[in-house]
Design a protein around this ligand. Structure first.
Ligand code: SDX
Length: 393
């Protein structure tokens, strides 16, 4: 596309697929969704509009927007039978473990009636997932802390409904804090899609066999859970808590540079960005806004800011082009909002569901779908003969 990029042949050889959904230029720190910059989307749009954009390729007009918001916000309940599934988990189960189970279980509720070759069925699948992920997620939190599930309130916004299902209790009135509501919606926007990351590639590969899309999304949730991927926001906060104070930072910087030490600076580095992650820049601003608006003075923010300053000046990180990524600040914002660490990656999964299902839909919308079948370089033995077990050493 004129002025943006020209792919060199070497890059094309590594490309796993073609997609028109998201564009990343890792060297320039550019992230576009359907041609729109992430900075403008975070400032001027809302998550459900971004969902429509990712799914359909353009922003909705007034009527389409109202209809889409209504459809999504009025399909937020889940089957009561599915709610019983939570009882099968230990109370101390990690919410991501629960999400892998309950989202996968949706495939049992939507299977016989679902034909993935039918475009309308694909659209309905996307809508159901966007609608129900916050409900399933909030229930995984309520189950872990022993509080009763809170039913969705369809009069609220997408983010507001999630916050109410997370924090409301039957014995008290609950009012959505507009500062938290806006921050939550912005976090949803910033994590919505990111091209062919590990979890999205997982969903594409699973979906390429024609598998049930709800089961494919559960596979994406499993991949996202890893600390090198979506689990990094929780791991980053654990790291900041372990560092504990600004005085301890140099010791951890040295550990991160020691090739013999497995320690990595969580929230730093990226497979693609070799410049600032544009999402981290927006998240950093949101972090300060939320803490200022809520009048919170979080000592871990001081540690994070000093760690960022030192790392950005350190020749090791400069030479390896390691910059803070989206996960470096998202954990601090979520912590300021009162969200427990165990729910950080679950919130990433709520947001990324639109990315996963948009890529799934884009792949199935393309005619002549072929099952994904990566090849390998074989490095094992050849031509061996079996010895009798008595002769084996
Ligand atoms: C996400 O793919 C996506 O788009 C993912 C994501 C999305 O939206 O889907 O953006 C979300 O997953 C963001 C990344 C979250 N993960 C973390 O913050 C965990 C900490 N980061 C590292 O684990 C690491 O940076 C990775 C896994 C993200 C990338 O690792 P790579 O592929 O090894 O990165 P690289 O090739 O750029 O590394 C260059 C060098 C290597 O050392 P050498 O082999 O050159 O000696 O830098 C080192 C790496 O070992 N390095 C780090 C480091 N990250 C890379 N050293 C210390 N601390 C780090 N965080």
């Amino acid at each position: 596309k004129a002025g943006y990029f020209t792919y060199d042949p070497g890059f094309l050889a590594t490309a796993s697929c073609e997609s028109a959904i998201t564009f990343i230029d890792g060297d320039k720190g550019i992230l576009l969704h359907r041609g729109y910059g992430i900075e403008e989307l975070a400032e001027k749009s809302d998550y459900l509009e971004v969902c429509y954009l990712l799914l359909n390729g353009q922003f909705p007009d007034q009527e389409q927007s109202e209809k889409f918001h209504h459809v999504i916000l009025h399909h937020t309940m889940i089957h009561e039978q599915l709610a019983k599934l939570y009882q099968g988990f230990r109370r101390d189960s990690h919410p991501m473990a629960i999400m892998c189970g309950v989202v996968g279980a949706l495939s049992a509720f939507y299977h016989d009636s679902l034909d993935v070759t039918n475009e309308t069925h694909r659209e309905i699948t996307a809508y159901r997932l966007i609608s129900k992920m916050p409900t399933l997620a909030a229930m995984s939190y309520k189950y872990s802390n022993g509080q009763p599930f809170v039913y969705p309130d369809n009069s609220l916004s997408y983010a507001g409904n999630f916050l109410k299902m997370m924090f409301a209790v039957p014995c008290e009135e609950f009012k959505v804090n507009p500062v938290l509501e806006r921050a939550m919606d912005k976090i949803f926007i910033l994590h919505a899609d990111h091209e062919q990351n590990a979890s999205t590639s997982t969903v594409r590969l699973a979906g390429s066999s024609g598998a049930n899309p709800f089961a494919c999304i559960a596979a994406g949730i499993a991949s996202l859970w890893g600390p090198a991927h979506g689990g990094a926001n929780e791991a980053c906060l654990n790291m900041l808590e372990e560092i504990g104070s600004v005085e301890n930072i140099p010791e951890y910087i040295d550990k991160a540079k020691d090739k013999n030490d497995p320690f990595r600076l969580m929230g730093f580095g990226h497979r693609v960005y070799k410049n600032h992650d544009p999402r981290a820049t927006v998240m950093r601003k949101a972090c300060h806004e939320v803490l200022d608006d809520l009048n919170i003075n979080d000592p871990l923010l001081d540690v994070a800011m000093e760690l960022e300053r030192i790392a950005l000046e350190d020749p090791y990180f400069v030479e390896k082009k390691l910059y803070p990524n989206v996960d470096f600040y998202s954990g601090l914002v979520l912590r300021a909002m009162g969200i427990p660490k165990s729910m950080f990656t679950v919130i990433f999964a709520i947001s990324r569901t639109i990315g996963w299902i948009s890529h799934w839909k884009e792949m199935l919308d393309q005619p002549g779908l072929k099952i994904g079948r990566p090849r390998q370089l074989y490095t094992g033995e050849v031509g061996l003969k079996i010895d009798d077990v008595k002769n084996r050493s």
